[in-house]
Design a protein around this ligand. Structure first.
Ligand SMILES: Cc1cc2nc3c(=O)[nH]c(=O)nc-3n(C[C@H](O)[C@H](O)[C@H](O)COP(=O)(O)OP(=O)(O)OC[C@H]3O[C@@H](n4cnc5c(N)ncnc54)[C@H](O)[C@@H]3O)c2cc1C
Length: 430
């Protein structure tokens, strides 16, 4: 066995990025010690629905998680968009898009995906430490890192040594601020979201379709889940300071106040969503984007950013989880390619992933401002333009654009075997 197979990897955060990276690293390093530390004391249903794009699904399959894809499966055949008077602007047939991508778009309850990934991680011998909050990390490129966590249950700090630290601690990443880019800004996207799950029958809309009704400053999106319930997203363009933290049981009430009742008339669903019983899965808050990072790697090269910590953006396209899956996959390929050389693998991970993720961030910001423009006249003109597009699939070109497979060339290079220096092999051999 080579020493590199026994690396010690610490992941901070058990969101989708943390769990996906753990599973990917297990594939690349079967003998490594891989541990996740998460500040939450339990991983129970927070949030609403998530979207997985075909690229994200492909990555899940590549990570050996086809069983999870099968379990989540809900096929969305049509995507619809309505104008401010709730007249249909288009009903796009996604099957044409799927012919190009192989896999379909899946919408899934965040809590369910997290539970399935957690189980998959545990089955792969990954240690999960809940109720542990990251405190700091000391890095020496020569000998590795030492990470300090607070064990919240015991109220004391523990220290853990690691060859590699993966910062999957979300958009507000403490590790990014302290160890990678002190001056990086977390910018408010201009949008607050109210996300939740509706009980079966709350909204009468076909379960193979998504519904989207954007106004100029707000909007509602509804998607099916595979148990007959539906996820909803309500977006509101507003000043960040006007969002007041809301308690469980009051989130929809706040949305109702903002939508100011008169907007209810514009969709048959808004009143139903606003009057639905608040359930424990409802989430509300401002959304942020992580902008202008010059690097995703620490000075010593042993701490890297992944998921929202590296490239958070608004959920307008619902691509954040698919992006996290892209990160995990590229890291896995890079580590396999660089057998045992963590520092080289981390550099290649950044080289391949960062430009692609940044291109998407720019696209997302642009589209967000077209969708939630804040300008009523512009929104009406936009809707007129949409009416002139192909009613069967008005956004086919755009979809291909956001699924731009520009990583394929670099990935093909990564999949070539590295020429390993025989002396190193001998050194590494047990
Ligand atoms: C509670 C919650 C609900 C969400 N709901 C939705 C939703 O309904 N729809 C949607 O599209 N997106 C939702 N998101 C965002 C979505 O999960 C992410 O955009 C995407 O999956 C990428 O995930 P991530 O793992 O990078 O980040 P996150 O999902 O934010 O996960 C980061 C994890 O790191 C942990 N963490 C943070 N700081 C520390 C620390 N100091 N020490 C230890 N652990 C730490 C957090 O507790 C969290 O579990 C939600 C995120 C959260 C945290």
């Amino acid at each position: 066995m080579y020493e590199y197979q026994k690396q010690n990897i610490v992941i901070v955060g058990a969101g989708m990025a943390g769990l996906l990276n753990a599973i990917a690293l297990r594939k690349a390093l079967p003998m490594a010690k891989i541990s996740i530390y998460e500040k939450a004391s339990e991983l129970k249903g927070l949030g609403g629905a998530l979207m997985l794009w075909p690229t994200g699904i492909k990555r899940l399959r590549d990570l050996g998680l086809s069983n999870i894809v099968d379990e989540l499966d809900v096929k969305i055949n049509y995507t619809t968009m309505y104008d401010d008077e709730n007249k249909l602007l288009y009903k796009g047939d996604l099957n044409k898009f799927y012919e190009k991508t192989g896999d379909a778009i899946i919408t899934v309850e965040r809590a369910k995906l997290q539970a399935l990934l957690l189980k998959a991680a545990q089955e792969r011998n990954i240690d999960i430490h809940l109720n542990h909050t990251y405190v700091d990390v000391f890095e020496s490129s020569g000998t590795g890192t030492t990470v300090t966590f607070t064990d919240n249950a015991k109220g004391k700090n523990i220290q853990v040594n690691a060859d590699l630290v993966i910062a999957a601690d979300g958009a507000n990443s403490a590790i990014r601020k302290e160890k990678i880019e002190k001056d990086a800004t977390l910018e408010y996207t201009g949008l607050c979201v109210w996300i939740g799950i509706l009980d079966k029958g709350t909204v009468d809309f076909p379960l193979d379709q998504t519904y989207f009704q954007p106004w100029h400053n707000a909007g509602v999106w509804i998607c099916p889940l595979n148990d007959g319930r539906q996820g909803f997203y309500a977006y509101y363009r507003m000043e960040e300071k006007d969002f007041k933290p809301v308690e469980q049981g009051k989130k929809l009430a706040q949305l109702k106040e903002l939508y100011n009742d008169k907007l209810n008339e514009q969709s048959p669903f808004n009143a139903k969503i606003l009057n639905a019983p608040e359930n424990e899965h409802t989430y509300a808050g401002p959304t942020y984007e992580v902008k202008g990072l010059t690097t995703w790697i620490s000075a010593g090269g042993r701490i890297l950013l992944t998921g929202d910590a590296a490239h958070a953006t608004s959920p307008t396209h619902g691509y954040n989880t698919s992006s996290a899956a892209d990160d995990a996959y590229v890291l896995m390929e890079s580590i396999k390619h660089h057998q045992g050389n963590i520092l080289a693998a981390v550099k290649d991970y950044e080289r391949v992933r960062k430009p692609v993720a940044e291109k998407f961030l720019a696209q997302e910001a642009n589209d967000r401002n077209v969708v939630f423009t804040g300008d009523k006249t512009f929104a009406m003109q936009r809707n007129q333009v949409i009416k002139t597009l192909d009613p069967n699939d008005p956004f086919s070109e755009w979809r291909v654009l956001i699924l731009d497979n520009s990583m394929e060339k670099q990935l093909a290079e990564l999949k070539q075997p590295t020429v390993v220096n025989n002396n190193n092999l001998m050194k590494n051999k047990k």
